[in-house]
Design a protein around this ligand. Structure first.
Ligand code: AOF
Ligand code: ZN
Length: 364
């Protein structure tokens, strides 16, 4: 374990990098969340983070305006490998070399094929001591959307649902039912703010009329998306009403419905014509389109029909299943529509208020 080679204050410095990095949420995607701190004499003497897409990287913000006296011979801590490529900004590895940094502590290697270890090599070749893999699990979790987007060319997909103890997502197909406790609702809003996009099927819009925003915690609201092949989303729905403020992408396959398209566009809805595969919207197209719009992570919040479509297409990276200690006795079940057997691996289980949260990932 690389972390065992470090002192407590150096590990705390990495924790601080993760905090700083998270401030870029909603501003930097599809770029990674990156924070950097400068350590000297066991103290944090400068901080920076990547603040806006296309702008200075964390290392630049941390070092700019700092004196040579402070920077020369100091340690730089950063949660992602310093870049080695000329992108929208020059390579951070070169900056660290020029400024005379003596030691670099890194959370994880950059999965971007343009970097992928070359930043670390460049620093080492310049005689800088490099330690990589510090708090690696936390660093990978923070940038999980970025990692999947780099490696798979699509946003990372998380399915989330709340169910009763008997596995039901509502008491009936037509009635919205509140299921999870208040503490869970706050945690769900935290999960929302960690995703640049959130998606539901038309049925969920019709039954629940959700707003899909972030209210119980601080942070950016993801862009809501609806799968709606026939453009039947009600103009009076909360999502259409809030499209001007929080955006709304409607994926459809009805280009001939011009009056409907105009009515939606007038309300600031972005309507995206989507090809069909076997009579259903092509989810791979939807994901590609989201990444083109800079959204590298997608939270799918139902309902069962939509979850099943993502599972059957093999386009799920994580499942978050929240079980409340109530028995409904009636109503549709979360995985009612899954007709292909599959296995999942349990990642962790936690108690949130009165609910049980399970995180799982599909087995290969
Ligand atoms: C770093 N520090 O703070 C960030 C890095 O188009 P550009 O120039 O902004 O480059 C984006 C790529 O740079 C991104 O895909 C990732 O590989 C790396 N991001 N690297 O050293 C940072 N944001
Ligand atoms: Zn960089």
């Amino acid at each position: 374990m690389v972390s065992q080679l470090l002192q407590e204050f150096e590990l705390l410095a990495m924790d601080r990098c993760l905090e700083l990095a998270a401030r870029g949420r909603g501003e930097v995607e599809p770029n990674p969340l990156v924070g950097a701190v400068l350590l000297r004499d066991e103290e944090i003497r400068a901080e920076g983070w990547h603040q806006h897409f296309g702008c200075e990287h964390a290392e630049v913000n941390c070092l700019s305006g700092r004196s040579d006296e402070l920077v020369r011979g100091a340690t730089l801590v950063v949660n992602l490998e310093p870049c080695s490529h000329h992108g929208k900004t020059p390579p951070c590895a070169d900056l660290l070399i020029q400024r005379g940094i003596a030691r670099v502590i890194v959370g994880m290697q950059d999965p971007n094929p343009l970097v992928a270890g070359q930043g670390l090599t460049r620093l080492q070749e310049a005689g800088i001591e490099v330690l990589c893999g510090v708090r690696e699990q936390e660093c990978r979790r923070l940038n999980r959307n970025f990692i999947t987007a780099q490696l798979e060319g699509r946003p990372r997909v998380t399915l989330k649902w709340a169910q009763s103890l008997d596995g039901r997502v509502s008491r009936s197909r037509t009635e919205p039912t509140s299921i999870s406790c208040e503490a869970s609702n706050r945690a769900v809003h935290q999960l929302r703010t960690e995703h640049p996009a959130i998606l539901v099927g038309l049925r969920t819009v019709r039954v629940d009329n959700p707003l899909l925003n972030v209210r119980h915690v601080e942070g950016p609201t993801p862009t809501p998306c609806v799968l709606d092949p026939l453009l039947r989303i009600p103009l009076m729905s909360s999502l259409v009403a809030s499209a001007y403020n929080q955006g709304l992408f409607v994926y459809h396959s009805s280009p001939q419905k011009t009056a409907r398209l105009n009515a939606l566009r007038e309300r600031h809805v972005i309507c995206i014509e989507t090809p069909c595969v076997d009579g259903q919207l092509d989810l791979a197209f939807v994901l590609r389109d989201l990444l083109l719009h800079g959204r590298n992570g997608l939270l799918v919040e139902g309902g069962p029909y939509t979850h099943n479509r993502f599972l059957e297409a093999g386009l799920v990276d994580e499942v978050v299943c929240i079980t409340s200690p109530q028995v409904f006795g009636t109503g549709p079940r979360a995985l009612d529509r899954v007709n292909a057997a599959s296995e999942m691996k349990l990642l962790d289980v936690t108690q949130v208020g009165e609910d049980c949260w399970m995180r799982l990932e599909p087995k290969e």
